[in-house]
Design a protein around this ligand. Sequence first.
Ligand SMILES: *Cc1c(COP(=O)(O)O)cnc(C)c1O
Length: 529
Amino acid sequence: MPSRLPAVPQPVTSPPSSGARHDTTALLRGATASTYADTVRAVADDVAARLVSVTQPFSGASRPELQGLVDAVDLDGPPSGTREALREAADLYARHAIWFHEPTYTAHLNCPVALPAVGAETMLAAINTSVDTYDQSTVATLMERRLVEWTAGRIGFAVGGGDGADGVFTSGGTQSNFQALFLAREKARRAGVALESMRILATAASHFSIAKSALLLGLPDDAVVAVGVDAKGRMCPDALGDALVDTERTGDTVIAVVATAGTTDRGCIDPLGPVADLCDAVGTWLHVDAAYGCGLLVSTTRRHLLDGIERARSVTIDFHKSFFQPVSSSALIVRERRDLAPVAWHADYLNPREESGEPTPDINQVDKSLQTTRRFDALKLWVTLRALGPDGVGAMVDAVCDLAAAVRHDLATDPDFRVVGTTDLSTVLFRYQPDGLDAERADALVPQVRRVLFDSGRALVAKTVIDGRPCLKLTLLNPDATLADIRGVLELVRSAAHGLLAGEALAGTDEPPCRDVHPRLARTEGDAR
Ligand SMILES: *Cc1c(COP(=O)(O)O)cnc(C)c1O
């Protein structure tokens, strides 16, 4: 294509020197390209070596020990150069990080990451695109928009221009939920509803970001109304119907109903179809928080569990929870494009209102986002889908759900344990409570067992409270973990509990504390390096 720009004039004199000298090899550019490649390769080699040798999810270093290591680094000290700084950081961070890929990491909603996504992360970190305006991101904006459409299509929203679906990548489910509730609040506020009378209906098991969003949005302290649940912890449609009627009767306005597709604790999916029926009947915004359950969008065997999600007005998707994506990768998807309008602000220096007469008016993702500068996280999902295919990701989601079912079955037939509740996804809630151990003692063991495991670094489990009783929690998001791996975790739980009870029996004597009572769990120096 012929250029209409004149040739670049060549400088005839060198510019005056500022006098200040800086390291011209510090920044990533053509002249440092080979150093860049060597640097990334060295980091990758180091991480790879650790992946091979790591045998447990955490080194087990104590908090004071880690504080000492962190404090010992002099951030104002003489510079050590890239290689040495990275080596030092690896010895501190990589050595003592929590490794989510280890099969005995079963605590929170953290997944092992897909290799193609990690490769993509390297690319986007180096190129450093910001997906705010088109003129900063070009093809990245188009790729993100394509993935938003892809996700919307999987949800079952109508896509393809007009007032079809739209959305934007976000930093996480918390931000997606906040943005969704902001949009719902704005719709109500612009219709004349006062902030004081706004209510949001969700179950008590909804993510805490719902209540936090209500606070940030200036809603009253009692704005989030807990809707009753059935025995499995899912929103009860009758209770929702009552809550809708009650709220209107008191003169308040329900600005949104939040259904959770995969509660953080139990992995339960609220009955989306019946909830949508009720929301449609009263014309209320339905937001579905599928931060955890979104992986089912690509499941070939369990997609039906999300039936009804296509009737939501907005949906939170966390690709970094169940699409095996590195943090961060999340999205808010809305059924109708125009619902995103309240987040658009225009600045002359960035994204002025459309200039008339432009053949291709700019498409600026910043117009849909709460962020301005924003990572091109979509690239990771793009590469993952191309490398593994949606079905490939879906098979991994199915694998973790199957694993959870097998673990539950194991626990149910073990006299030492009691399974708590059910799941639609991949969490397992349980208690160590053999016959003869009273409930209060079993309650007290929950945090103690978790702590013993954490301190050992051998296996990480979470804890929560269900129906007023503490229980241990496994969040299984590693499709490569085997039943034998998780049985190993349960054996550690069992021996920790035995150790604690034995230590208690010895209380009053000079016996060492429980951590030493159980040598199997004692941290071995040098592990996990
Ligand atoms: C994890 C989670 C969130 C929050 O997502 P982040 O990515 O951690 O911000 C929201 N909702 C549910 C149901 C979750 O499990």
